[in-house]
Ligand binder design. Sequence first.
Ligand SMILES: NC(=O)C1=CN([C@@H]2O[C@H](COP(=O)(O)OP(=O)(O)OC[C@H]3O[C@@H](n4cnc5c(N)ncnc54)[C@H](O)[C@@H]3O)[C@@H](O)[C@H]2O)[C@@H](O)CC1
Ligand SMILES: [K+]
Length: 485
Amino acid sequence: MIPTDRMAAVDANAAALGVPRKQLMESSGNAVAREVRAVADPGATVALVCGRGNNGGDALVAARFLTEYAVRVHLLGRPETIRTDIARENWAALENAAVPRETVTDSRDLDLNAPDGDDPDVVVDAMLGSGISGGLREPERTAAAAINASDATVIAVDVPSGIDADTGDPTGGPGGVAVDADRVVTFHDETPGLAALDAAVTVADIGIPAAAERYTGPGDLLGLDRDPDSHKGDNGEVLVVGGGPYTGAPTLSALAALRAGADLARVACPESIADAVQGFSPNLIVRPLPGDRVGSSHADRVASLAAENDVVVLGPGLGDGDGTREFVREFLTAYEGRAVVDADALRVVPEADTDADLICTPHQGELVGMGGETAPEPDERAELVREFAADLGHVLLVKGAVDVVADADGVRLNRTGNPGMTVGGTGDVLAGTVGALAAVADPFRAAAVGAYVVGRAGDAAADANGAGLVATDLPDRLPEAMRNE
Ligand SMILES: NC(=O)C1=CN([C@@H]2O[C@H](COP(=O)(O)OP(=O)(O)OC[C@H]3O[C@@H](n4cnc5c(N)ncnc54)[C@H](O)[C@@H]3O)[C@@H](O)[C@H]2O)[C@@H](O)CC1
Ligand SMILES: [K+]
């Protein structure tokens, strides 16, 4: 089962892998034609009712595959108003091939009958699919009533028009108008709502590469755009807790969080390094903690700072003193929010008793230090990481030439990035980036997208600086890396 928004991401990832939407539409249309053949013999009459989006486009393709049937294509609206290039191209192909078709501008005029006046044997509902919002409007609304009044076998493309593919409920609310389909032919994977319908569902493989789902890609960035009406704070406030033996690490995390879209980045660090951190950038808000190491005496203060933020990034540059471990343990025991845990804070996680939602970002050595297992081959490693994530009850992002993101339910692999990124500090950039993303997306997605965009930023930095890239090259390249194109 795959929710509609995830399907859109997979679709865009497939395009990036070289399988564009038009090719998928060809396979979808072919699958619709196969479904028609399964219910009606050659010579039967088939009415295809097409909307002007890609759902309609699927049926325009199907019409080309149904040469042995008496096909009639009904387009709801004028051809010039078809909304996508690929659907328009498929309409043009029908026109060129003189396939029987008509445009219906007023759906009260929609006549599904065959030329002899008989009911068609099959009606294909391709008015609206996953692009629907709200209840059916005209002309689709009246057309849906005409389809439901017919005695034909009704085959819906992707989802019955007027039904929410994720819930199975009418998009117009209880009692809303929707097509009552006998059969549904859907693509790649079933959306959760289809199981609730009283219709036979066929899931057609349309040739989306498995890698489009398993690997991160540009589709994973869809839906992360900032709401134009948002106010300061709506896009995330991130608290980085770190520093002591190191100054650059918490600074890099905080700067990356800002470049990844956070509205505010605060750094809680020992006062011994507070001026140095502030000196890196006036964009940072520094909260000094007494002394030169973070220790358990700071747990209450950090807990109250954490409460003012959406996400905590715990660990960059903290070091591994005894008092530091105690601090991490105490903090995690009390904290119930979201946190990215990195570096020396990681080894405390397996023994911590916490209700927090954690995203742990170990490299493979740190993973082993936490009690996890690794393997050289990515798929085998992915399964080991998934099992360990399930044991921990947290999201894991294990860094490597291929990054593995896992929780109890799933795995995503990431292959952006390059060997130049083994330089110090890139992990701090990643932790801050994931922190910013975790303020606006669920933890698994934040980890997957974070790995993807930091790798992309690293690839851009390597283009400019080769193997001489340094971690400070990365944050400024994040905005470009997060652009979905
Ligand atoms: N991987 C994929 O995502 C694939 C999708 N395909 C097809 O593409 C479909 C999605 O295409 P689109 O995104 O173009 O969306 P639709 O074809 O569902 O149509 C969306 C358009 O309908 C209009 N609309 C929205 N809500 C409406 C309402 N309540 N009443 C009347 N009109 C309304 C809007 O103007 C919108 O642009 C899928 O359902 C599937 O059939 C396939 O072609 C191949 C692969
Ligand atoms: K449909």
